[in-house]
Design a protein around this ligand. Structure first.
Ligand code: MN
Length: 196
């Protein structure tokens, strides 16, 4: 039987400070993300998905298995959308090709950030807000609830923010807008652009 592992975090637990604390990552990565991996391994045992890939489970499994598989996928993707603040630097923005597409769609990078922020702050309850491309390679901002992710609706994720309270409550308590504002300082635009 295939066993999923918690993938290594692509940076140190304190690398996202001062925007996301080491304590948040200890819990968010070390406890929450790990629990989704452990639950996925437990739940798939003895099912037709025992040897299936993560993507196959996400696309085909029922809700219990789907929720844990999608949360595993979403968290790994989220960590790979971020980078240490020192690397991100002062003017943290997408490179040419993606920036042009963002400008064409939203008028400016600032407008895009405003729209994405609005969607992330307004995403009711627990969920994820994404920048995706659709079947025609058009950019789109999409919000999903709970574990849901855009793979099931044939969209290609480029960027995501986790807006579950566990992503920001230790640092920002109920102030999700502060967390979303911090997020822009540590987006790894090189990684996001490479997906486009
Ligand atoms: Mn999370």
């Amino acid at each position: 039987m295939k066993t999923f592992e918690l993938p290594p975090l692509p940076y140190a637990l304190n690398a996202l400070e001062p925007y996301i604390s080491e304590k948040t990552l200890e819990f968010h990565y070390g406890k929450h993300h790990k629990a989704y991996v452990d639950n996925l391994n437990k739940l798939k045992t003895g099912t037709e998905f025992e040897d299936a890939s993560l993507e196959a489970i996400i696309l085909n499994a029922g809700s219990g298995l789907f929720n844990n598989a999608a949360q595993v996928w979403n968290h790994t993707f989220y960590w790979n959308c971020l980078q240490p603040a020192v690397k991100a630097g002062e003017s943290n923005k997408p490179s040419d090709e993606l920036l042009e597409a963002i400008n064409a769609k939203w008028g400016s990078f600032e407008n895009f950030k405003e729209e994405f922020t609005k969607a992330a702050v307004g995403n009711f309850g627990s969920g994820w807000t994404w920048l995706v491309t659709d079947e025609k390679n058009e950019l789109e901002i999409v919000s999903t609830s709970n574990a849901d992710n855009p793979l099931r609706s044939d969209k290609e994720p480029l960027l995501v923010i986790d807006v579950w309270e566990h992503a920001y409550y230790l640092d920002r308590q109920n102030r999700r807008p502060d967390y979303v504002a911090d997020f822009w300082n540590i987006v790894d635009w090189e990684a996001v652009g490479a997906r486009y």
